[in-house]
Design a protein around this ligand. Structure first.
Ligand code: PLP
Length: 432
């Protein structure tokens, strides 16, 4: 019995499934989830004192590596000034300014505490602004656990093979049109049939919750055009991609140069540097529909929390263009090494990529994965033995094939070499 075994057994008597977020339970890979006690740079240390090179990075936030000294200093200094004031603070505007400087599509920003709150508010705001009810989402895109967007939502639902969630009313589900990803004909058809009732299309800037899927050339640009033609809004969900795939997020890599602009964007993860902060932003005329200026209500006891703001400001300040070049390079090296190890073991696969985000899909080399149906049709069973072989070698992968692999600025040569050394055995395990 390991300490993690004991902790998991105890946790299961106290919390549903022993966890506070489903994928942490290792449901689809089996075995005992490792209970972590500390994190530094590229490494996590579990309750048994074993360390792992971390390829989850807190599901995205740890872009600079865990416990980056500048972020910790900023957080310690903020903690010393008090934990929460329930009033406005100077750092909120500082963080909003940093976001605006990087993402020109953001004219106004509202801080919230989680990505779910950001997308939930963006959806309500789109409905309030347009006076329409319907929301279009894509199968396999995850936008958090708000009722209306849980249909075919990828992420944990994909991991558990659930079509949606119990407890979502038919009325809430009926106001969401779920379309296949990368299918513009389906989008055009939905707008032809229901255009005057559609408030918004929400899409992940690049999907990373059904594994990574590359948006087809011009797909996001076409969504921008179609929504504009029909008086609907485009909500670009950058909770996962924002400030991770590049200095100005995934939109900065694509839309900003292609000449289209989303009406609203949502951010989370990196923006809080590991503290609970997220945000929505976009066109000033739309954002000003939020209370106190406008009629769409939204609020939060801990919104703009001073400790979280300090972490966010320090993280974005240190997330320089050099950090992104470094992470981009590491991502290419790792995906190439992964692919050669799988080739050498004779495991059919495709590397799914969007900017520096990537994941592996098994049995998909012929065409790759372009949508949720293709993601679900892969050889999912190959991932669990692959995952456990890597874990035994001290590499902590996402415990689901439907998640992206996350790197950081702290993944130095020693960390990368441990991963490279672990790959051949894991690839052989996947081959069985
Ligand atoms: N949107 C996307 C694209 C996400 O990946 C996530 C979480 O993984 C969310 C929204 C929800 O964010 P949170 O888990 O902070 O509620």
């Amino acid at each position: 019995m390991t300490r993690s075994d004991d902790l998991f057994a105890h946790a299961q008597t106290l919390m549903p499934g022993g966890v506070n977020s489903p994928v942490r339970a290792f449901g689809s890979v089996g075995g005992t989830p490792r209970f972590m006690v500390s994190a530094k740079g590229a490494y996590l240390t579990d309750a048994d004192g074993k360390d792992y090179v971390d390829l989850v990075c807190s599901w995205g936030p740890a872009l600079l590596g865990h416990a980056h000294p500048a972020v910790l200093d900023a957080v310690h200094a903020a903690v010393d000034r008090g934990l929460s004031f329930g009033a406005s603070t100077p750092d909120e505007a500082r963080l909003a300014e940093l976001v605006k400087e990087r993402v020109s599509a953001v004219e106004r920003l509202r801080m919230v505490s989680t990505g779910t709150e950001a997308t939930m508010t963006a959806v309500r705001l789109a409905r309030g602004f347009t006076g329409r009810n319907l929301i279009v989402k894509f199968a396999g895109c995850y936008h958090g656990h708000l009722d209306g967007l849980l249909a075919a939502a990828g992420s944990g639902l994909a991991t558990m093979a659930l079509p949606g969630s119990a407890g979502v009313t038919e009325a809430a589900a009926a106001e969401t049109l779920v379309l296949p990803y990368n299918d513009l004909d389906a989008v055009e058809a939905a707008f032809s049939a229901h255009g005057e009732h559609i408030a918004a299309v929400i899409t992940e800037a690049a999907p990373a919750n059904m594994g990574v899927v590359t948006p087809g050339e011009g797909f996001n640009a076409a969504l921008s055009r179609i929504t504009r033609e029909h008086g609907a809004l485009l909500i670009l969900d950058e909770v996962l991609t924002g400030f991770r795939t590049g200095y100005a997020g995934y939109w900065g890599l694509t839309g900003a140069t292609e000449g289209w602009t989303p009406d609203l964007l949502t951010f989370g993860k990196v923006i809080g540097g590991g503290m609970p902060t997220a945000a929505l932003g976009g066109r000033a005329d739309v954002m000003d529909y939020l209370a106190p200026l406008g009629p769409v209500y939204q609020a939060g006891t801990l919104s703009g929390n001073p400790v979280a703001m300090a972490a966010g400001v320090a993280t974005l300040t240190h997330a320089t263009p050099e950090v992104y070049s470094f992470v981009d390079g590491r991502s290419l090296e790792l995906s190439a090494a992964l692919s050669s190890a799988l080739d050498a073991a004779g495991v059919d696969h495709s590397i799914q990529r969007a900017g520096n985000l990537f994941s592996v899909a098994f049995g998909t080399s012929a065409n790759g994965v372009h949508n949720y149906a293709e993601a679900q049709a892969q050889d999912v069973f190959r991932y669990a033995p692959f995952f456990h072989s890597m874990l035994d070698s001290g590499v902590y992968l996402p415990p689901s094939v439907f998640e992206a692999w996350f790197l950081s600025a702290a993944h130095d040569d020693a960390a990368m070499n441990r991963i490279f050394d672990a790959l051949p055995a894991a690839a052989k395990a996947a081959a069985q």
